[in-house]
Design a protein around this ligand. Structure first.
Ligand SMILES: Cc1cc2nc3c(=O)[nH]c(=O)nc-3n(C[C@H](O)[C@H](O)[C@H](O)COP(=O)(O)OP(=O)(O)OC[C@H]3O[C@@H](n4cnc5c(N)ncnc54)[C@H](O)[C@@H]3O)c2cc1C
Ligand code: SF4
Length: 326
């Protein structure tokens, strides 16, 4: 059995208290929401914080309010996000992505804020301490070699969040609060293409809320590929958001691929092909081909690399056909 390392658990009641506790403890502390990503990582000794600052008691992170579009508290559980009537009605792709994460018990514990911040994943990293030690560890934790690409100067671990590609496709912003104040940045800017420094968020900043713009006239979807539909992480996620005019012409488009790199990938060329045109099966096929070219998955997650890459074409075709009702 894998056991958690010892740690002190702190339960602040306000955002200000949480931030001040983090300032007091410094790099020895980490925030935790549902713990469904962090606790398994701690059991494998990828993280050994001396103190955990729990965010579950912060009331201000559990609200859904109107504001432009909708403001969703980062502390909402994935189950709440997937079933909330206003989220499901106005942002069905986000509700669907949240409802496809893992399994019901983990969705009842896991938060949307935690989902946007989960650690990147890799076959050589998501292993026990002894497994990793027997290999000599790797760049991301305790070692100096990347076993996926021996000459790579950086870690290539995979962004595996289901909600991150959707947040980007919907043009969401995230509000971050920390000891140096607060800032709001586009969800797209939250991610770096680096398996170790994958977030543009300091460890002492809390992701307090997700701000979704009003998206009248937009259609959206999220499709996920994984081995076992009952629990697994995505090995490909496709988020699509299109603005369709009355005559059926597409006036804006975003296609975002998850689990193909260390950050969600915007398929710009594919989206550009759609703008100004009505979606036809031929156009969708061409856009799917362009999206396929922008995906460069590596051999460090479940299923064969070639299959995962080929499925980009299939899933983008399916996602675009769904939103265009074709
Ligand atoms: C078996 C299994 C299957 C899974 N399958 C999936 C899957 O299919 N798709 C998927 O996307 N995920 C999956 N997960 C990962 C995880 O369950 C979810 O991503 C979940 O939403 C994480 O949220 P959490 O609140 O539990 O995060 P935590 O574990 O509490 O935190 C994760 C990280 O984010 C930080 N953090 C948490 N909340 C905040 C915040 N508000 N502000 C700043 N930092 C924060 C923590 O410090 C930690 O570094 C799976 C996990 C397991 C164990
Ligand atoms: S991509 Fe390389 S450095 Fe990163 S976790 Fe995997 S083996 Fe380690």
């Amino acid at each position: 059995m894998l056991r958690l390392p010892p740690f002190e658990y702190l339960a602040p009641k306000t955002l200000a208290d949480a931030v001040s506790m983090m300032s007091d403890h410094g790099p020895q502390a980490m925030y935790v929401s549902g713990g469904t990503d962090l606790y398994p990582n701690m059991k494998r000794r990828q993280f050994e914080p001396k103190a955990l600052i729990g965010l579950r008691g912060l009331g201000e992170m559990h609200a859904v309010s109107n504001g432009g579009g909708l403001v969703i508290g980062g502390g909402l559980t994935l189950s709440q996000v997937s079933t909330h009537p206003r989220i499901a009605e106005r942002y069905p792709a986000l509700a669907r992505a949240a409802g496809l994460v893992s399994s019901p018990p983990l969705r009842n514990m896991g938060s949307i804020g935690g989902n946007l911040c989960i650690d990147t994943r890799c076959t050589y990293y998501n292993q026990t301490y002894h497994w990793r030690k027997s290999l000599g560890f790797c760049l991301k934790k305790d070692g100096d070699t990347c076993w996926v690409a021996l000459s790579s100067p950086r870690c290539l671990a995979v962004s595996s969040s289901d909600c991150a590609p959707v947040a980007i496709a919907l043009g969401a912003q995230v509000r971050l609060v920390g000891p140096r104040g607060e800032r709001t940045i586009p969800a797209e800017a939250l991610y770096h293409d680096d398996g170790m420094q994958y977030l543009d968020k300091a460890p002492d900043e809390i992701l307090v809320s997700i701000h979704l713009p009003a998206l009248e006239g937009w259609r959206m979807t999220y499709l996920k590929l994984r081995r076992r539909g009952s629990i697994d992480f995505p090995i490909l996620g496709v988020a699509v958001a299109l603005r369709l005019e009355g005559d059926g012409a597409c006036s804006d488009a975003r296609i975002v691929l998850g689990a193909v790199a260390s950050r969600p990938v915007l398929a710009h060329a594919a989206a550009k092909m759609l703008v100004g045109n009505r979606l036809t099966p031929e156009l969708i096929r061409a856009a799917a081909e362009a999206a396929y070219k922008s995906a460069k998955p590596l051999d460090n997650t479940d299923m064969a690399l070639g299959y995962r890459k080929r499925m980009v074409k299939v899933y983008v075709t399916r996602a675009l056909s769904e939103v265009a009702n074709l």
